[in-house]
Design a protein around this ligand. Sequence first.
Ligand code: ADP
Length: 737
Amino acid sequence: MNATLIRSNTKRALPEGPIVFWFAAIVALTVFSIDAFTSLDIAVAVFYVVVVLLVASSGSDLAVMGATVIVAMLTLAGFLISHDSDYAGGAIARCVLSLLAIGSTSILSLRNLSNTARLLEQIDMLNLTHDAVLVVDLEGRVTFWNHGAESLYGWSAEQALGQRIHELTQTRAALPLDEIHAKLLDSGSWSGELQRVRRDGRTVTVMSRVAVWRDAKGAPRAILATNNDITLQKRMANEIEAQQAELRAAIDTIPGMVWSASGDGDVVYVNRRWQESGVDTEGRGADLWDAVVHPDDLGAMRRDWLDALRSGSALDNMSRVRQRDGGYRWMHIAAEPLRDADCAVRRWYGVNTDVEARKRAEDALTRSEAFLVDAQRLSKTGSIGIEAVHGKMIWSAEAYRIFGYEPSPALTPGLALILERTHPEDRRQVEIAHGAAMATPLVDLKYRLIMPDGELKYVHYVAHSGPPLSTDLNYVGALMDVTSSQRTQEALTRSMAELAHATRMTTLGEMAASMAHEVTQPMAAVITSGDAALRWLGRPEPDIGEVSRSIGQMIHSARRANDIVRQIRAMARKRPSALSRVSLVEMVEEAVSMMAPELVRHGVICEVQPPPDAIHVHADSVQIQQVVVNLLLNAAQAMADLPGKPHRIVISISAPREGSVDLRIEDSGNGVPEDVRERLFTPFFTTKTNGMGMGLSICRSIIEAHGGRITLEDSLAAGARFLITLPLDAEKKENNP
Ligand code: ADP
């Protein structure tokens, strides 16, 4: 590139124009003076060429033409002045030569100007482009720098021209610059990204396209480069790349096997999770499913997938998917279609989610539900749940069955339905129990149901409220159909009563002799007192005082006999159990007095140690007395064969704890041997030759029916000590003796 081009790069019109014209005028006048007024035999006028060239340097073709005309006229004028009428052949030749020189110089200058104008236009066009266009020589010095380069790098053409481009812009590239230069010279062109620093210090990334300009002989002369600022694109590309990388990482991290398929179902992308299947997914397309889905699930999966592909609706399938170890895990295979503007499915995006744990939990739940339903059916126990917030009641299938309803959406479980089936006498307590359920930590209620066909059912309802057991249930109850056990219990109670009666009769039988004796005594006393009364009356002067004393004794003895007979009859009477509030001490003392003749017969001294305060229990006095009599009889019998020892029974009553009373019966026999202790209360266990072995067993049944306990205690003395504990507030047990 020559200097003119460099200059033209920035200046279209030369500012030194007027000076050139002045200078050209001086040269023209000087040549004219020498030509016209000296007699030199040389073609001085040839020097007008200089004038034409000077004017041409102004760049104006009009000026060139004007100057040409002027200097041609000056040449002719100079010729005419210097030669008058003497026109020598040589002079004419010099004149013609000068004119020819002037003319040809003028033509060349005009052509040159026209070329230059065209070049300038091209440069202007180069300046019009937004691309930075620059030319450097083989040393890397800038020789051309268009407007685009000025705005890209911030340096003006004046500042850039002559500078080494790489130093000026601190060029950096992926390859060493020398290597790029060598490649460029070798191949003639190069393109690539460069990083350069602008004048304001900002680094820009440019796409540089470089070509070598060679001369006619092919020698490299200069390097032409076009640079585009791609900083923004680069940043955006980096950003997009980073976003894509992040998206890829996110997709790879998603706890699921992500995939996408073409509109016709060819799997075209899978995320990294698919590696866990141990299957080479590459290029499998639609056959991928054959490789990963369990053979047993493949048919259904393919069907679902085909349906989705045909209908364009979402895929929703549950299949076992292969794992690296060859095993399978349950996965939820789901995909959604992506449609284009014409609603045609362009892509499918899917994800296989591992639902193995959920599936197992569901299976376990189904199993345990089946267990529960089965267990509820077998145990005839239904569940009732209440959602406190909405007051919604939930019944299990068995609860429906117990209440005698068919589950149906039209039927809303609730208290009304329960009351409809409840025995009229029990409705009130059911209402109260349900009303208080939320406030009471535990509801325990037995009541009766009457089915539409008149069938009577006994149910035991236990419910628990308090801290929520689950998110929506605050109250859970168990409803047990205890009809059959109630009937069994009733039968058992009846048998127990029969048995108790039988044992009482046996006991009475055992005591018959002493009791007969006990009755004959007061009867004999009645007779004696009657005789005495008669005698007192038979006196000449009847002693009325003695008579009335004797009659008094008769009445007392008769009462005594009557009492004994009453007690025996009470013991012998067969009657249902009846609870009443009775004084424990009185009850015990009565039993002792009934036993008195038998005790006397065995030479036993019985001592009752009552508590300081009266103690009442709710009990069937005949049954409790049967227990006491039984224990006293056992004690008397245990001591019967021990002649050397004192025969003593101590009965103590105390209430050491609130709500219960202890009744101890201790004898001075040899106690219960260790090996016998365990079986003591077992029915038909006896160590006696004539024993039935039912006494203690009946005692335990009676005491437990009263809500108490009977145990054999360790006694400090050698004898046996039985402890009976009874609840003091036995009123509540009234219905369950
Ligand atoms: P039975 O009196 O018909 O044997 P029980 O059930 O009343 O039936 O008593 C079972 C057994 O318990 C008796 O055979 C006896 O061995 C033992 N036993 C009961 N009371 C006493 C006692 N006070 N001292 C020692 N052994 C006793």
